[in-house]
Design a protein around this ligand. Structure first.
Ligand code: ADP
Length: 725
């Protein structure tokens, strides 16, 4: 280049004594300066820069030289024209040269940038098998790719091979050979190890062509481009992996994927899961493009039509419908579809996915069913259920409140509970709800007066539970019912009961005092009978007096029974440790004085006690007295050895008492009556018919129990259980 310029300058100015016009010098200066500036911006590390600088230098020097040697001549017009012409020519040619230079430079820069961006290095090597051959040309990017310092200009073929991955060297060289021998070019991929680092191999694609001598046809050089495609390869691999994963998903997922070409009514693909979902293999669907529609339960086909309408408008659709599986089973499917429209807005393709939602659907239906049942139950129940929030406002109420308090739910919900509660009950309710907060797990029973819609008060009885921690409830659940009638009835009953108790107490007191007062005159009469009998020797009178005495004594026993009854009814139970041995000895002694005419009855006593049993001594005495005296009185005269056997086992847990005789016994027809008041089996009975009644009443008072076994002619046994309080 510089040579050309030099030649140009020489051509126009050398050997001439023409002066150089200063404008030319200036213009060349500007022109060259521009080129240099551009060069600087791009970078100076190439040969071209050297060339330009050199060019500039030579041009400048030449011009100066010429300028210095030529003295300015202001001569004839011909000379001036020659100078101007020569200058114009030089100027134009210089411009041309510089323009071409700039163009080449731009292209070089462009090429460099492209190589850098594409990670592609270009090269030109001599077509020789000599490993020590040096490359003709290596682009900067190739240096960069191979991790070699660009200042190393003389790279041998051997050095290059050293940077190919050892495993790939063989086939890479084969490719080169084949290009020389047969194909004239190659396009291959292999790994390089930039900087010789085996740990960081890069994958390159290399395209090369053999340049042959025009005349001999012998290979002269091999030129090519080497591109780093590591990232592309990785991306490709990732795509392949992702594709494989997708395929696996497609083949194994429970959902059925499908794509349909709507234009041709052609199924493009359907995943194998259709075999399980529908009972038909993919081929069946491909063969019969309407199979998917045929299997839809008739009532649900309409949904599909609606969905198709959406799809044809370019909107996604989601349908839940039933299909009939090949085996006859009905299944619920959820299908989501996405349409593809062509440029004319016509639906050409549908991609979709269908899932089996039978279980969910059935659960939903079951839930809806049970909800309906529950609602119906609630609405028809006599109970009402409401929810009260922390501010004591109603947030929910069942319709049944209408029947109980007359309000419709919508006018009730949102109002405050306190509006309706009787003012006397408000304190109690507020307090109770407070206690629910401290013991949320305990249900709170309540009874309140509540103002119904028509203004009258109703008694409500119910239970409140705290569910304020539960997100859905956030309050107290209260269920209640109308107990106004029950409460009125209960009140009446309580009143009547109170009255009855009062009358009973009065009656008891009356019976007691009358009985008590009757005994004194009887004692006087007995005294008088005794005195009169001692004053007379008349046998008849004596007998009459004796009968009178017996009757009076009987009457006294009767009065004593009544007194016992009255005491049992009136007096509180007094518990002390019971000494059965002492008690029974007393009873046996006292019976000796009872005129029964059966003094030959043996009284056997078996006692097993540890002194820990406690009860009411006088009441136990009444029980035993009556049972033992009955056993003696109703002994069987026909039996040679009449007896009554009393057995007692008394412990801290309670006492078991048995009174058994071998007397006349009681027929089973009478068993149910003998504990009744004044009941006697026969008129010949020796007592008043109060004894067993008194026994039963007394045992009841002590919370005990009595049982009877008896057979006429065999005997009678009473078994008693008394608890220790
Ligand atoms: P009473 O004063 O008549 O003895 P009780 O109430 O003591 O009244 O007994 C009711 C009836 O039960 C008696 O009239 C008697 O017929 C029958 N009775 C009670 N104890 C015995 C017994 N140990 N053996 C047979 N009969 C009995």
């Amino acid at each position: 280049m510089n040579v050309i310029l030099e030649a140009l300058l020489n051509k126009h100015f050398a050997g001439s004594d023409l002066p150089l016009p200063p404008d030319l010098l200036h213009e060349l200066d500007v022109l060259l300066n521009d080129t240099t500036t551009m060069q600087q911006e791009i970078g100076k590390s190439n040969e071209e820069t050297g060339t330009l600088e050199e060019l500039y230098h030579i041009l400048w020097e030449t011009l100066n030289l010429l300028g210095a040697e030529t003295s300015p001549v202001i001569g004839d017009g011909e000379t001036m024209r020659s100078i101007v012409n020569a200058t114009d020519l030089l100027n134009a040619e210089c411009r041309n040269i510089v323009f071409n230079e700039q163009k080449t430079l731009r292209e070089t820069v462009h090429l460099k940038t492209i190589q850098r961006v594409a990670k592609a290095g270009s090269w030109d090597v001599p077509a020789t098998r000599d490993l020590s051959a040096v490359q003709n040309y290596w682009s900067a990017e190739l240096f960069h790719l191979l991790g070699i310092d660009p200042s190393e200009t003389k790279i041998t073929y051997e050095q290059y091979i050293g940077l190919v991955h050892p495993d790939d060297r063989g086939f890479m060289l084969e490719e080169v050979n084949r290009a020389y021998m047969e194909t004239g070019r190659y396009d291959t991929e292999y790994r390089i190890i930039p900087g010789g680092d085996l740990n960081n191999p890069r994958i390159v694609r290399e395209i090369a062509e053999v340049i042959k001598d025009e005349h001999t046809g012998e290979p002269v050089s091999l030129i090519g481009v080497t591109m780093d495609i590591t990232e592309i390869k990785l991306a490709e691999r990732a795509i392949v992996d992702a594709n494989t994963e997708l395929r696996t998903l497609f083949n194994t997922m429970n959902e059925v994927f499908f794509s349909v070409n709507v234009d041709q009514d052609k199924l493009l693909q359907i995943s194998p899961a259709c075999t399980r979902l529908y009972g038909y293999a993919p081929e069946m669907f491909t063969k019969d493009p309407f199979l998917w529609f045929t299997v839809i339960v008739d009532e649900d086909k309409k949904k599909m039509h609606e969905s198709n309408l959406l799809l044809s408008q370019g909107e996604n659709s989601q349908v839940e419908y039933r299909i009939r599986h090949k085996n006859g089973q009905i299944k619920w499917l959820l299908t989501r579809m996405r349409p593809t429209l062509n440029v004319a807005g016509k639906l050409i393709r549908i991609d979709g996915i269908s899932a089996d939602v039978t279980e969910r659907k059935e659960a939903e239906l079951a839930l809806a069913n049970s909800e309906l049942k529950l609602r119906t139950l609630l609405e028809n129940s006599n109970d009402a259920i409401v929810i009260i929030n922390e501010h004591l406002d109603y947030t929910f109420a069942t319709e049944s409140i209408g029947r109980i308090i007359g309000y419709a739910t919508e006018e009730f919900v949102g109002t405050s509970m306190l509006n309706y509660i009787h003012e006397e009950d408000r304190g109690f309710i507020a307090h109770s709800l407070l206690s629910l907060n401290t013991k949320p797990e305990e249900p709170l029973p309540f009874e309140v007066r509540f103002r119904a819609k028509d203004g009258h008060w109703v008694w409500l009885e119910g239970v409140a539970t705290n569910h304020s921690k539960e997100e859905v409830i956030k309050g107290y659940i209260v269920n209640f019912r109308d107990v106004t009638e029950e409460i009125r009835y209960r009140r009446e009953l309580e009143d009547a009961n109170d009255k009855l108790k009062k009358t009973n107490t009065e009656l008891d007191r009356f019976v007691y005092s009358v009985s008590h007062d009757l005994r004194a005159p009887l004692a006087s009469i007995l005294g008088l009978i005794e005195f009169t009998a001692s004053e007379t020797d008349d046998g008849d009178i004596k007998q009459n007096l004796s009968m009178m005495e017996e009757s009076i004594k009987k009457l006294d026993v009767f009065i004593l029974d009544i007194l016992d009854y009255s005491r049992n009814a009136r007096l509180e139970v007094k518990r002390t440790p019971i000494d059965f041995s002492g008690l029974l000895i007393d009873i046996r002694n006292s019976l000796k004085f009872i005129s029964t005419g059966n003094s030959n009855v043996e009284i056997r006593i078996n006692i097993d006690e540890d002194g820990t049993f406690c009860s009411d001594r006088s009441r136990i005495s009444i029980i035993l007295n009556n049972l033992i005296s009955n056993a003696v009185r109703y002994c069987d005269p026909a039996k040679p050895a009449p007896y009554v056997e009393v057995t007692v086992v008394a412990r801290a847990g309670g006492a078991l008492i048995g009174v058994k005789d071998n007397g006349i016994g009681i027929h089973k027809d009478y068993h149910q009556y003998i504990f009744n008041m004044f009941y006697r089996i026969s008129e010949k009975s020796k007592g008043s018919g109060l004894g067993l009644y008194l026994v039963k009443e007394t045992i009841e008072k002590l919370n005990g129990d009595i049982q009877l076994t008896s057979m006429p002619g065999v005997g009678t046994e009473f078994k008693i259980y008394l608890p220790n309080p």
